[in-house]
Design a binder for this molecule. Structure first.
Ligand SMILES: NC(=O)c1ccc[n+]([C@@H]2O[C@H](COP(=O)([O-])OP(=O)(O)OC[C@H]3O[C@@H](n4cnc5c(N)ncnc54)[C@H](OP(=O)(O)O)[C@@H]3O)[C@@H](O)[C@H]2O)c1
Length: 272
């Protein structure tokens, strides 16, 4: 099946393209790097020709309120227009668990706008919502650092490894449209401060984590309520995941053994 992955060069996209190719699909990585721009529409008609499914795992290069809203609104409208014209039978998009509880943030307002455009379109769709990626936790630590201190909320999060997110999105893309939302999260909840404290200690990073209840964005719990989500991965994955090398994208037809680094594609999915 031809599956076009918008954002196929990104963290989730590159893993997803590899997984879909491993399963025998014609997975096409589409992004500005390969001449496909969902903001302008450039290359969309060509890449979507003959596609059964389009998966959107793109992200805005700028997280300024106006930029991110323009990105998700314009690119989603373009995907719907071009996807409908090409006769695509399934639009899959990756969003974030708890976005509706974080509307102080322009980023999450834009994700809700993206979801609403998809729900209001005539294309059969599936929205996959994931909790925070473990890979994103180090970035949260870095942009919350003041001097030698990392100021973080104590809000509970339920992080998931990017590899597990890519697997979940791939499974949804292979299936029938759910015309609804599927949520995935990691196996365990942590206070954000505690998770980063453990991660920094594991890396012997000397920064001190300070619990800060005034943090606006992450003062609310962003976790998947027990019992409604597909839980994946392990805590072991959590502490090791940000030490991994970036995933090389396999060429069509390439298998694990052809990878330049010789590492297996599937890793870190213990406990399933
Ligand atoms: N971070 C989290 O914890 C989290 C949690 C749940 C869900 N999500 C969602 O997961 C999705 C993917 O995140 P990620 O971290 O994998 O993203 P990422 O690594 O930052 O990759 C972004 C991708 O978007 C592409 N892109 C940028 N501008 C584009 C355009 N105009 N047209 C088409 N493609 C464009 C980039 O292409 P180039 O490489 O060519 O520039 C790249 O492939 C996002 O929608 C995010 O909201 C994130």
């Amino acid at each position: 099946m031809k599956i076009v992955v918008i954002g196929g060069s990104g963290l989730i996209g590159s893993k997803l393209v590899n997984k879909l190719r491993e399963r025998g699909h014609e997975a096409v990585a589409a992004s500005p790097k390969s001449g496909v721009d969902t903001l302008t529409g450039e290359g969309l008609a060509e890449v979507l020709k003959g596609a059964s499914v389009v998966v959107d795992v793109s992200n805005s290069p700028s997280w300024e309120d106006a930029d991110v809203m323009k990105f998700f609104e314009t690119s989603t409208r373009n995907l719907i227009t071009y996807g409908t014209a090409a006769g695509v039978g399934h639009l899959v998009a990756l969003s974030v668990v708890g976005s509706e509880r974080l509307l102080e943030s322009g980023y999450f307002r834009a994700k809700i706008a993206q979801e609403n455009l998809i729900k209001g379109s005539s294309l059969p769709y599936s929205i996959v919502r994931a909790t925070q990626f473990f890979e994103f936790v180090k970035g949260i630590a870095d942009f919350s650092t003041k001097g030698n201190e990392v100021h973080l909320s104590t809000a509970l999060i339920q992080p998931i490894a990017a590899d597990d997110v890519a697997s979940a999105v791939g499974e949804v893309a292979e299936g029938s449209p759910v015309n609804g939302t599927v949520e995935v999260g990691g196996p365990e909840q942590f206070g954000l401060d505690e998770l980063v404290r453990r991660g920094l200690a594991a890396r012997k990073d000397p920064r001190e984590v300070v619990a800060d209840r005034k943090r606006v964005l992450i003062d609310r719990p962003v976790h998947v309520p027990a019992g409604i989500c597909d839980v994946r991965g392990t805590v072991g994955t959590a502490l090791e995941v940000d030490r991994r090398e970036p995933e090389p994208v396999l060429r069509p037809g390439q298998r694990d053994e052809d990878r330049p680094d010789g590492r297996p594609v599937r890793q870190g999915r213990q406990g399933q």
